[in-house]
Write a protein that binds this ligand. Structure first.
Ligand SMILES: [Fe+2]
Ligand SMILES: [Fe+2]
Length: 147
């Protein structure tokens, strides 16, 4: 099956986002470890696994449609000088993901491509959950001011 260029564009934008997120959270996981914050480091490492799983799901569909993976433009890693700064940066990244998957799912809905709509919508739900998780971390950070 051959994908139309719009669909191929959404897959490659999404893949670029996921690979950039992998790079971002992996680097932050190592940074948190350097700061001696083992729990936070593990938390970011689990985020890496989640974003990698998204990349895998996208790649499966790309293989099916014969779309070559082309995540060549990864945004640079943004580290942050404090945990609060890191969480703000990550919230922006997850917001970008939510907007991207909303747009992709909306496009598929309009062209009645329900199978791909469901893929994008499922990843969208996980990015929304990720965003909520960051919100909870920010709350507990300001409550304890320990991290
Ligand atoms: Fe993701
Ligand atoms: Fe995410």
């Amino acid at each position: 099956m051959i994908a139309n260029p719009r669909l191929a564009g959404f897959f490659n934008r999404a893949l670029s986002h996921e690979m950039a997120a992998v790079q971002q959270y992996l680097m932050q996981s190592r940074l948190a470890a350097l700061w001696g914050m083992g729990d936070l480091s593990s938390h970011f490492r689990r985020d890496v696994d989640e974003e990698l799983a998204h990349a895998e799901r996208l790649m499966e569909r790309m293989l099916y449609f014969g779309i070559p993976a082309n995540a060549t433009q990864l945004s640079p890693v943004r580290l942050g000088r404090t945990v609060a700064e890191i969480l703000d940066i990550n919230r922006d990244i997850e917001l970008e993901a939510v907007r991207l998957y909303e747009e992709a799912a909306g496009y598929c809905e309009r062209v009645r491509d329900y199978e791909n709509r469901d893929i994008f919508a499922a990843i969208l739900q996980e990015e929304i959950a990720h965003l909520e998780d960051i919100g909870r971390m920010k709350k507990s950070l300001s409550a304890t001011e320990v991290l």
